[in-house]
Design a protein around this ligand. Sequence first.
Ligand SMILES: NC(=O)c1ccc[n+]([C@@H]2O[C@H](COP(=O)([O-])OP(=O)(O)OC[C@H]3O[C@@H](n4cnc5c(N)ncnc54)[C@H](O)[C@@H]3O)[C@@H](O)[C@H]2O)c1
Length: 336
Amino acid sequence: MSHAPLRFGLIGTGRIGQVHAASIAADPDAELAWIADPFVDGARTVAAAYGGTATDSSDELFASGEVDAILVASPTATHVDLIAQAVDAGIPVLCEKPIDLDIARVDALRAKVAAAGVPVALGFNRRFDPAFAAARARVAAGEIGALEQLTIISRDPSAPPSAYVAVSGGIFRDMTIHDVDMARFFLPEIVEVSAVGTTTFDPGAREHGDFDTAVTTLRAASGAVVTIINSRHSAVGYDQRLEAFGGTGMLQVANAPSSLVSLSTAAAVEAKPPYEQFFLERYAVAYAAELREFIKLARGEASTSPTFEDGRAALVLADAAQRAATERVVVAVDLG
Ligand SMILES: NC(=O)c1ccc[n+]([C@@H]2O[C@H](COP(=O)([O-])OP(=O)(O)OC[C@H]3O[C@@H](n4cnc5c(N)ncnc54)[C@H](O)[C@@H]3O)[C@@H](O)[C@H]2O)c1
């Protein structure tokens, strides 16, 4: 069946909003209809590049009656209210992660989302990375037998500015939240969390009582164990790897090479430049695939888009890791 393109209202045109604008414009089943950002020059720049009407007010975007789907890419503190507004208007919404930094605010919205039946998806883009998705599909197909251990390594190229750390919610809610969602992609039923956080190099983390280095372990109901290794810096560049270890084998996802050209000399062999990309480049394909899956959801078709409940579960796990690291306790979790 052929459909008219889904008319998107994009809210927020910063780093990630610009990625989503490009994905919407590139997708034949989507078009950019409205763009809202209080920094209206940002909205205008996106409209000039990809089409649509720019406004400084998300209320005007909602009132236009000209959007079939909402994409929320504004700061985290705005997400809960914008999801609620979309649900009240009966408009499917894809919201960037996290839903909020405060689980009480997430839980206050939970019943409304569940009752409304309006599609709500969360922007856990890494599930749509072709390499991670292939590894997960091959685990599910039984290629390594029962999954016993999952190791996720996620290190950013360099620490964020101190001002960002101050409002980030801490490394577990800001960074590890992607990795606990990846853990649940493989092992949805996590029952226990432990974590260690230290500050080894970043004065910003020290200043704000945060960690720059963390290891989180999750126990799944099956008995499988997930180890998540995070650092706010990596001299070799953006480090995004995964290993799934099972009873009959192992699957590994390596870093994406920065170049296919390597230099070998008497001093070094197979030398390549560091991984220069950060998330916008590393996950470019994933963001586009995430959008395609959301379009299916918005049209009422079968979809694997991460749900509001997945967003909530990730925050519950991040909160548990924060508590485990701060209080040095093992935290039981119930994601039901
Ligand atoms: N999935 C990912 O890989 C990923 C990556 C980066 C950011 N994010 C998430 O996306 C969100 C935005 O992050 P960012 O890095 O793009 O931030 P940013 O600061 O670069 O951009 C935010 C934009 O939203 C605008 N804005 C502020 N208040 C607004 C409002 N009430 N309505 C509409 N627009 C508003 C700002 O003017 C700015 O242009 C955050 O929740 C963040 O956690 C997700």
